[in-house]
Design a protein around this ligand. Structure first.
Ligand SMILES: [Zn+2]
Length: 169
């Protein structure tokens, strides 16, 4: 891929992520009012979650965190996009936002999936699910410890070996 230069992958930046987020909001969620200050950034390298949304106690601020490993250009852009859109569905539903809470639970009855569908993003869901189930585990194992994840000294030797010869599990 042309993302390799001098052997280093060009990682996506927070500026890039903010722009993507604003574009998704404008194109698919324009009816959802931005009622507080919302920031989005690449966050920690969680093993089992790609994104999260939280609101400060004062409700003045909403924080959207996207798994820091999604900075890597080998992760398809639609994965980053759908992760951000997923969190935006929560915002629209009143989870992690001051908007009225529309459901008893953020994932009750596939409300996010139905919201994505309704907003013209449903066609990405199957590919997203397939990418996560086919590639995420190996991707995580291969990259964690290499792009500044919290120290896991025992894991890093293993990860480096795995990167040299990617192994299927
Ligand atoms: Zn969710």
């Amino acid at each position: 891929m042309s993302s390799q230069r001098h052997g280093l992958a060009l990682l996506r930046t927070n500026d890039w992520l903010e722009e993507l987020f604003d574009t998704i909001w404008a194109n698919h969620f324009s009816d959802v009012e931005r009622v507080n200050e919302v920031t989005i950034e690449f966050s920690r390298h969680w093993k089992t979650r790609l994104g999260l949304i939280r609101m400060s106690e004062s409700q003045a601020h909403t924080y959207v965190g996207i798994n820091g490993l999604l900075r890597h250009p080998d992760v398809p852009e639609f994965v980053v996009m759908l992760t951000a859109a997923h969190e935006l569905c929560h915002y629209a539903h009143g989870f992690g936002s001051p908007l009225p809470q529309r459901y008893p639970h953020p994932h009750a009855g596939n409300v996010v999936g139905r919201e994505l569908e309704r907003r013209g993003l449903g066609h990405l869901v199957d590919d997203y699910d397939a990418w996560v189930s086919d590639y995420w585990h190996d991707f995580y194992e291969r990259h964690v410890g290499r792009v500044g994840s919290p120290a896991r000294s025992k894991a890093s030797a293993h990860t480096r070996a795995a990167a040299a010869a990617p192994a299927r599990r």
